[in-house]
Write a protein of this length. Structure first.
Length: 367
């Protein structure tokens, strides 16, 4: 007998459609867990005596409404149930797609300690919709657990555009692109036509397909303790017109600053040659000046080899060691690890990030 525990976070996979005036509205359904199981058994009646399910309460969180406080509710739930959950053959977490990559990253760090396979599953439409992929995603997760796949934290998802089912390491999942419903990750394995009996060794294939310097999947945070996540990391993405004087940096312990695709950010003072129009609030150097007494600043992603732009050299030459350069992970995982590190008051943040993040303290190619 295979025993699986279902955690109902919410999201589209836990919704039904209701008529509200002239609108058809997706709302969290009280019977989501029952429907998941019914649809599974209807499609696989031969497994009724082989697979059993238990369900958590429904957290009723549309994933776009996920917050750090709600993450803490889920952390408390897993902390309280940790011993019990280790007695199951696997865990399936029903979660919405909008913030799936962020929750996958965060809980890939927290749930490895359970030492059982954990799967995030989502749906692109309510399960009653004939075009929904949620039932298939759920079934694929069950089959992975039935096959005794290596314990780890995974996401399984069928991309609607191709009809292909992919198994991802949750730690590597990337956000779905705008106007699309597909998910991608480095090293994802296509399991569309793969026999279920071959699922057991997939973890090794996933691991070997990662970056050679990739240590991010080997890190685990213990659930035990009294700690909770704190809203202490500010994330900034560059865009034309970004003004660094709009942020109150004193509210945060760290800033995770994104870069353009070539690893660059704006470093030049506006109207530098015309003192009457000088405005430096659009330069990252303005932010660094405001953060000189904290918070810590991390730049991600940066390029690792080859030629660089003059702007990158200018920043590396003048940042005064105030920027920690990150390479070799996803932005979702970078955010999750920084949030954990600063929430848990890790004493040596730089060593912690260096060991797990391939942290570059400066562009080594410039030295």
């Amino acid at each position: 007998m295979v025993r699986i525990f279902i955690v109902l976070c919410g999201g589209t996979i836990c919704t039904s459609v209701e008529e509200m005036g002239n609108d058809r509205v997706r709302v969290i359904s009280e019977g989501a867990g029952t429907l998941l199981q019914k649809n599974f058994y209807d499609a696989n009646p031969e497994l009724k005596g082989e697979v059993t399910f238990d369900c958590s309460k429904n957290f009723k969180i549309l994933s776009e409404n996920m917050t750090i406080e709600k993450w803490n509710l889920l952390i408390d739930f897993f902390r309280e149930k940790e011993t019990k959950l280790k007695g199951y053959d696997g865990i399936i977490i029903a979660h919405g797609t909008d913030t799936l990559a962020y929750s996958s990253a965060m809980f890939s760090l927290l749930l490895k300690s359970l030492l059982v396979p954990v799967f995030f599953v989502s749906s692109n439409a309510p399960l009653s919709n004939d075009n929904a992929n949620g039932n298939e995603n759920f079934r694929a997760a069950v089959n992975c657990i039935r096959s005794r796949i290596t314990p780890g934290v995974y996401t399984v998802y069928k991309n609607p555009s191709s009809g292909r089912m992919f198994l991802h390491l949750a730690s590597r999942l990337k956000q779905c692109r705008n106007y699309e419903e597909d998910f991608y990750s480095e090293g994802a394995v296509d399991i569309t036509c793969l026999p279920a009996e071959q699922y057991a060794d997939l973890y090794k294939d996933l691991k070997q397909s990662g970056l050679k310097s990739d240590g991010r999947d080997d890190f685990t945070v213990k659930l035990s303790g009294e700690w909770h996540l704190k809203d202490c990391v500010l994330r900034i993405d560059p865009y034309v017109g970004l003004r660094y004087d709009c942020f109150d940096y004193s509210k945060f312990k760290a800033v995770l600053h994104g870069s353009y695709h070539s690893g660059t950010v704006c470093v030049t003072d506006s109207f530098k040659d015309d003192e009457s129009k000088k405005d430096i609030s659009g330069s990252i150097m303005y932010m660094l000046d405001k953060c000189k007494n904290g918070p810590d600043v991390f730049l991600f992603p940066v390029g690792k080899n080859g030629e660089i732009y003059a702007s990158a050299k200018e920043l590396a030459d003048s940042d005064g060691g105030r920027i920690k350069y990150l390479y070799g992970t996803t932005v979702e995982m970078a955010y999750a690890k920084l949030l954990l590190a600063y929430s848990m008051n890790i004493e040596n943040i730089e060593a912690f990030m260096d060991r797990e993040f391939c942290l570059e303290m400066a562009y080594s190619r410039l030295n």
